[in-house]
Write a protein that binds this ligand. Structure first.
Ligand code: FE2
Length: 362
């Protein structure tokens, strides 16, 4: 493994800007099983916005919404719809991380500041990445309260479904911009390009895309970056860019250690997933060899399997969780494999294209 320019301990939280944080947090509580553990809003003295902090194992989500007209957040939500605005890193030293990134070319979203309450303090700064997305740099070694200073503790448990951690988060960027952002992650954060896919790897009869996976030195943060490639029809990346209004986060992959359990629970709670044709499972034994799981069970749930040199992985993708065809989730169960399911791309994209055709955007 290579050395980070500054130590990144992991993903601290994923923040969403949404129209209605109360309803959205309720959705994540009752489908994905997250617990609401922190709240900020009018009742806590926050006059401009509301925030719900949610947790399941190592995953923290933060849903923010403005509570008055004219809030700058409202403009972004009006433009993009609900979206992932911040993928934050836990760092050992916020000021060092911020200075290193800015010296190496990062644009500032906000300078380092100290948030403080009875539970201690957090030092936090944010730098801009693609589109309206930012990376906050969170130093929380002197804090033991709920989420962040300013949040009051909430005890509204979800019914967890075995989500353990954020595996990776994917950005869609405009045509010609993938290598620009690959270089940005190399130069500014010292990430390394761990995998690349071109349009020969990822193409169907109609659409194509290119992707490079950037990873932090310790491998805990993995960001694939996609750009559209020319195809006969509009690619899913083009569709995203059109409806989102530019570059942004396309999907967040959540790790589980029991994908059959996790996906069964999500399906029972009504979360819609992409489906693959039954023929996918006829070819599966030849393609991936021996696996621990019962293929009939995987077929019933629509779970995909892929193998690489190190092992195999199981994965599945939700349909968009937002009104626009933008943000969706992946559930991933790694059994040795450190890759991203290249062998599933074709089956998957054909599934996405069936959905696009229904939306009239293919
Ligand atoms: Fe993914």
């Amino acid at each position: 493994m290579s050395q980070d320019l500054f130590p990144i301990i992991g993903i601290d939280y994923v923040r969403h800007f949404v129209n209605n944080a109360r309803a959205t947090s309720f959705f994540y509580q009752h489908t994905f099983g997250f617990s609401i553990t922190g709240y900020t809003g009018l009742e806590t003295g926050n006059q401009s916005e509301v925030g719900y902090a949610m947790e399941q194992e190592d995953v923290r989500l933060w849903f923010s919404a403005p509570v008055r007209p004219g809030h700058p957040m409202a403009e972004k939500i009006a433009y993009h719809g609900d979206f992932v605005q911040d993928i934050a890193f836990t760092v050992e030293d916020c000021d060092l991380a911020f200075k290193t990134a800015v010296d190496r070319g990062a644009k500032v979203w906000h300078e380092p500041m100290t948030l403080e309450d009875d539970f201690g303090r957090v030092r936090i700064a944010s730098i801009c990445t693609y589109g309206d997305t930012v990376h906050s740099l969170v130093q929380r070694d002197q804090y033991n309260g709920p989420f962040l200073p300013g949040f009051r503790a909430e005890n509204q448990p979800g019914d967890p479904i075995g989500i353990k951690a954020v595996d990776h988060a994917v950005g869609n960027v405009e045509l010609g911009q993938m290598n620009v952002w690959v270089k940005w992650y190399e130069d500014v954060l010292g990430f390394k390009n761990m995998l690349s896919f071109d349009d020969k790897d990822i193409s169907t009869e109609y659409t194509a895309l290119m992707s490079k996976v950037m990873a932090s030195g310790n491998g805990r943060v993995k960001f694939p970056i996609n750009e559209p490639a020319a195809g006969k029809k509009k690619s899913q990346i083009d569709e995203y860019l059109e409806f989102f209004g530019g570059a942004g986060v396309q999907h967040v992959a959540m790790q589980t250690e029991d994908i059959v359990h996790t996906v069964s629970r999500l399906k029972a709670r009504g979360v819609p997933f992409l489906s693959v044709p039954r023929t996918y499972y006829d070819m599966l034994p030849d393609r991936v060899g021996e696996i621990d799981e019962d293929i009939e069970v995987l077929a019933d749930l629509g779970i995909l399997v892929d193998r690489d040199d190190e092992g195999y992985l199981l994965q599945i993708f939700t349909k968009p969780v937002t009104d626009r065809p933008t943000l969706f989730y992946e559930i991933i169960h790694r059994k040795g494999a450190q890759s991203f399911g290249k062998g599933n791309f074709k089956a998957l994209f054909e599934s996405i294209e069936r959905e696009q055709a229904l939306r009239g955007t293919l």
